[in-house]
Design a protein around this ligand. Sequence first.
Ligand code: NAD
Length: 287
Amino acid sequence: MSARILYGKEFAATIKESARLEVEKLKATFGVTPGLSVIIVGENPASKVYVRNKHKTCEELGIVSEVVALPEDASKETLLAKIDELNANPNVHGILVQLPLPAAIKAHSDEILNRIDPRKDVDGFHPVNVGKLVLGTPALVPCTPAGCIELLDLAGIEIDGKRAVIIGRSNIVGKPLFHLLLARHATVTVCHTHTKNLADVAREADILVAASGKAGLVTADMIKPGATVLDVGINRVAPKKLVGDVDFDAAVDVAGAITPVPGGIGLLTVAMLMKNVVKAARLQLEA
Ligand code: NAD
């Protein structure tokens, strides 16, 4: 039997439309248009594409978008000063620093990200927001894991009481998703490079999330028949070919539902960013 394919496009459209309506409500209630500032340092081509995409989506939804492009050799001090300026600007409700930073300042990534006012931290990476997520009082949650939950909800896939297995324990995807699934009453296991018998653990999952960044890591025999498979991985295997972590062609015959790559979770990430910007704006305006 072939799985239901969960295309990101339709779910992303729903999320973006609700963000657009929220922009209109904020304008009508407070006379304020939500604003996002994205800082990009250097010339990383993939980062430039991501930033352009965020800017374009903001424009579509009526969010004021500013891209602050700093040169490759920008110092840590320059970046911190820019963040301070944006923190103090009441027209800017969301700030994000596009990662990765250039090699010369990469080691300072934490210090730089932690300088963002937690109320404007629309990536949800600030320790204050991480702490709130762990405590179960989230404000701004990282966009990709939040997108996974939103997709499950919009697709009508039950989380409560299910066995969820996440492959990957990064601060950006695996760990926040663990807390989000736990908060929704799933029983969650997080796997990583030291996990023994990965296939056996994966096969227990009703909801299997692959976020390892390893093309083809998840094979069909690792999937419980009928399970929901969310493929977060984005791996470039040829100049113009992207694949996920899951062997999609084989998995589609075993899973009950599955996200494709490209065209799956990736599309939800930008939509969730928009949702975070309007959420941040409302929190600031109501404070
Ligand atoms: P990361 O490299 O920081 O973390 C990868 C995790 O996978 C690690 O915890 C590691 O222990 C685990 N892992 C790696 N190989 C493994 C193996 N063989 N067995 C078990 N565990 C293994 O990566 P990340 O930032 O979390 O991103 C993961 C993937 O998701 C990447 O492909 C990335 O491009 C993609 N990603 C996509 C989006 C999106 O918008 N869809 C957003 C963020 C990341």
